[in-house]
Design a protein. Structure first.
Length: 58
């Protein structure tokens, strides 16, 4: 298993999508960025919700 074709090259070639590799790469990148941004939005909203909760008396 030394050398040989790259896995993505093999898979995209077998699916006849090798000519779409750049577009697929951009799509995956954008999905990743949107996922990270959605996580940050959820984290921020949860943080704000906790800050706005009344503190119990100790």
């Amino acid at each position: 298993m030394i050398g040989g074709d790259h896995d993505w090259n093999y898979l995209l070639d077998r699916l006849n999508l090798l000519n779409q590799a750049e577009s697929l790469g951009r799509f995956v990148f954008v999905v990743g960025v949107l996922t990270i941004c959605a996580g940050l939005v959820l984290l921020t909203s949860e943080l704000v919700r906790h800050w706005n909760e009344p503190q119990p008396d100790e």
